[in-house]
Design a protein around this ligand. Structure first.
Ligand code: ADP
Ligand code: ASP
Ligand code: MG
Length: 431
């Protein structure tokens, strides 16, 4: 008998019929002799619709109220799912994040899980019932206020509950067959990857592959939770995420008879949710970058890529550009505007029409041919590059947003990742 944690994403429960389909799958898992704990997301695009509603009321909703609003989405799906399971003759109980013992810090909108106390879930399982938990939400212990974990946070709830209950596996059910070498919505020739290490999935998620939320992958790695990303629409196996690249028994399936030292490409990730801020005319003296990034950090904005140009000799001024989530754009701009006199820069530029593409894989730094092929493919596709950053296992570039998809396809083809068959996307709007 195994303890299986299953997470169903919004596109898997977008309407009543889908909720019933998912309920059948859960009941089958339980009837096969397993204990089952289910984490569920809000139905379809409910979270976005709730955000749109709030935006019609105010441009600056109080964070506490926004979190309460958003947790409603998952509460709808959890209770409907419990009802659907009852209809199939199996007892099930739904729990909010708070009831399930998901304890977070107090940072509304992107709270971190600080503890999981799933005693009510354990009791539910002992009674032979299915436990359904609302994803993406928790409670701050001191204030008793509900919090949300950030977009895609149901994945994090699932992994945290799996770790807290010492589950045998955490299954992430979604609208595609697993993790692919690129987003199958953009690259129909993307191929499904059978196995990824935590590090590889971390890098893909950090680069924008939203099939699994970054924090969920971090959590899974820390607590060694085996994760299985798969389709809720068919029975086939998906992508296993486990182990580390240091473990010689782990072989990456994309390693197609490559010579031992050749780079192992995991895939191409893209992100169209970032913006670029350029601080123009910064005095080229020590301490300026430090001050700019202190201000941005104090504003609570997350940074991604950073580029500083060589200063023009005549002026002694330089430009510093960085990318950040679009959602953090306004606070970062506001904070920088406050210190214009102090830093003495000339002006700020804001650009949200950018896209980021990343090629992810082990051994890239030591394979000089990779960069040549990467930039050659972008040139051949006529794509202009605005920023570049590299690491041991990643090359990222910023392009215009409207050429991002072409860039992703060009790189996918150039690195021989195209499959013969077309990937299936079962549902979802890609929102
Ligand atoms: P859910 O509602 O199940 O949480 P998400 O929309 O959050 O689903 O994540 C699934 C989506 O992630 C897919 O429909 C796909 O468009 C997108 N995606 C992006 N990159 C990848 C990738 N490398 N492999 C698979 N899916 C990806
Ligand atoms: N419903 C939340 C979101 O849309 C959480 C999730 O689906 O994981 O981001
Ligand atoms: Mg998701």
């Amino acid at each position: 008998m195994a303890l299986i944690v299953q997470k169903y994403g919004g596109s898997s429960v977008s309407d009543a019929v889908s909720v019933q389909r998912v309920a059948r799958r859960i009941v089958e898992t339980q009837r096969a002799g397993n204990d089952v704990v289910v984490i569920v997301s809000a139905m379809g695009d409910t979270t976005d619709e709730l955000l749109d509603l709030a935006a019609q009321i105010t441009a600056t909703p109080p964070q506490r109220e926004l979190d309460i609003l958003l947790t409603a989405g998952e509460r709808i799906s959890m209770s409907l799912l419990a009802m659907a399971i009852h209809e199939l003759g199996v007892r099930a109980k739904s729990f909010t994040g708070q009831q399930a013992g998901v304890i977070t810090d107090a940072v509304y909108g992107r709270a971190k899980i600080v503890d999981v106390v799933p005693s009510r879930i354990a009791e539910t399982l002992e009674r032979g019932e299915v436990a359904i938990i609302a994803g993406f939400q928790g409670v701050h212990a001191d204030t008793n206020d509900v919090t949300t974990l950030g977009r895609g946070g149901s994945d994090t709830t699932a992994v945290a509950i799996a770790a807290g209950l010492n589950a045998d596996v955490c299954e992430i059910y979604t609208d595609v067959d697993g993790v692919f070498t690129a987003d199958p919505r953009i690259v129909p020739a993307a191929r499904k990857i059978d196995h990824l290490t935590y590090e590889e999935m971390l890098e893909l998620a950090a680069s924008g592959a939203k099939v699994m939320a970054l924090r969920a992958v971090e959590y899974a790695r820390r607590y060694a939770v085996p994760v299985h990303v798969r389709s809720s629409f068919i029975a086939a196996l998906g992508t296993w995420i486990s182990g580390s690249s240091d473990d010689p028994t782990i072989l990456n399936p994309t390693e197609r008879e490559a010579p031992v030292e050749a780079p192992i490409i995991s895939g191409v990730a893209h992100d169209d949710s970032e913006a670029k801020i350029t601080v123009v005319g910064v005095p080229d003296i020590p301490g300026m970058a430090a001050r700019i990034f202190e201000v941005v950090a104090d504003a609570g904005a997350n940074l991604d890529m950073i580029v500083q140009n060589v200063s023009a000799a005549q002026t002694g001024l330089t430009d510093i550009s960085f990318t950040l989530p679009e959602a953090d754009g306004a606070v970062a701009l506001h904070a920088l505007t406050q210190v214009q006199g102090e830093i003495d820069y000339t002006f700020l530029q804001y650009d949200d029409q950018i896209g980021k593409l990343s090629l992810v894989g082990a051994g890239m730094k030591t394979s000089p041919g990779v960069s040549a092929r990467f930039f050659g493919a972008l040139r051949d596709a006529g794509i202009n590059i605005e920023m570049i950053s590299t690491s041991e296992i990643r090359i990222s570039v910023v392009t215009r947003a409207d050429s991002l998809q072409d860039a992703v396809r060009a790189i996918h083809t150039a690195f021989g990742l195209d499959a013969d068959a077309e990937a299936t996307v079962y549902a979802g709007t890609g929102r």
